[in-house]
Design a binder for this molecule. Sequence first.
Ligand SMILES: O=c1ccn([C@@H]2O[C@H](COP(=O)(O)OP(=O)(O)O[C@H]3O[C@H](CO)[C@@H](O)[C@H](O)[C@H]3O)[C@@H](O)[C@H]2O)c(=O)[nH]1
Length: 390
Amino acid sequence: MANYESYKKSLAKFGTINLSNLIKEHFPSNGHKKLSCIITNPFLTWVADVAINHGIPCAMFWIQPCSLYAIYYRFYNKLNSFPTLTDPDMSVELPGLPLLHTEDLPSYVLPSILFGSLPKMFSEMFQNMKRYKWVLGNSFFGLEKDAIESMADLCPIKCIGPLVPPSLLGEDEDHDRGVEMWKAEDTCIEWLNKEAPSSVIYVSFGSVVVLSAKQMECIAKALKNSNSPFIWVVKQPDLPEPDGFLEETKDQGVIVSWSPQTKVLAHPAIACFITHCGWNSVLETISAGVPVIAYPKWSDQPTNAKLIVDVFRIGLRLRANQDGIVSNEEVERCIREIMDGPKCVELKSNARELRIAAREAVAGGGSSDKNILLFVDEIIESCVQLKHAM
Ligand SMILES: O=c1ccn([C@@H]2O[C@H](COP(=O)(O)OP(=O)(O)O[C@H]3O[C@H](CO)[C@@H](O)[C@H](O)[C@H]3O)[C@@H](O)[C@H]2O)c(=O)[nH]1
């Protein structure tokens, strides 16, 4: 953590100097080329200060759900009541959101985790939102309508998402751009091609979460007992496994260290996604129309799981026992329920509807498309105003 703190400080110090130099060099104040806007993410708060110092309007691109934006804004500006050390289990009632119990709140607003580098940064940022002329969100209006509307008079957020590879939204794969964090094992797609439609469980916990050996064993046992084909992304070098798991499941599933996730989710053989609920994974599963088994760990993930179950209505949530472990029986229960249970049809149908809604949002004339055009118009407008003021 000490290293992370000094890394952050040095990034802010040298980032400020370098970005300022870059602007001075390429867009000098007496030159004819002007920077009309800087877009930054929420984790580089110093970028907004550089932009202000150079008289350039700044937009913040919020990369988690708008619901989280609303929660943090209200929390850090003390607009509503949140759990405290003396009342740690209170439920939180906020406009545009379902009633949030402690287990649904982002971990950073919990009284036990209030301190640390990220809460400090969020606190400074959310109390200084005037530095941003625009806040853009990686979501879409139809998905989080109530939360978005609840912020309209406070500090509006305009959604321009979902920002997922175009192939997930029905476009040609050639249009996909982006960087892969790690080299994906594409062979799992060949394996998927041989599986029946809607039969495969996909399991992945994103780039950060690492599960305990005990937890991995429970998941392994559940996958084996489900008798369903599976793809499981395991980043740890050693897979803690119950005796004989690899041998006994060699014809049932595939374990990869990193998958081509968006291609996997778009594949017709996928039936459901067991996920830690990172927001990118959530947007990807929504765009692919795949129902979810939610296993949130920290940060925004508990709230994302709440949204998945109670707002988007496309999934189920795993419950941990008193030791903090999700048992294999619990995982098996949710697998049975999502594959075959009474709610299965409804969850699938809701997921299909959201898939359509996501495509409509980014298509010409859709809500996200309109917002991005509006954003561009406003940038042009602010350039004109600046010119007149000079
Ligand atoms: O085998 C894999 C596993 C994941 N992915 C990709 O990796 C990304 C993972 O992103 P996300 O689902 O958001 O998870 P994290 O990497 O854990 O994201 C962090 O950042 C997110 C955005 O702020 C937060 O929502 C999460 O809580 C936080 O853990 C996605 O695009 C996946 O498609 C792959 O390509 N292959």
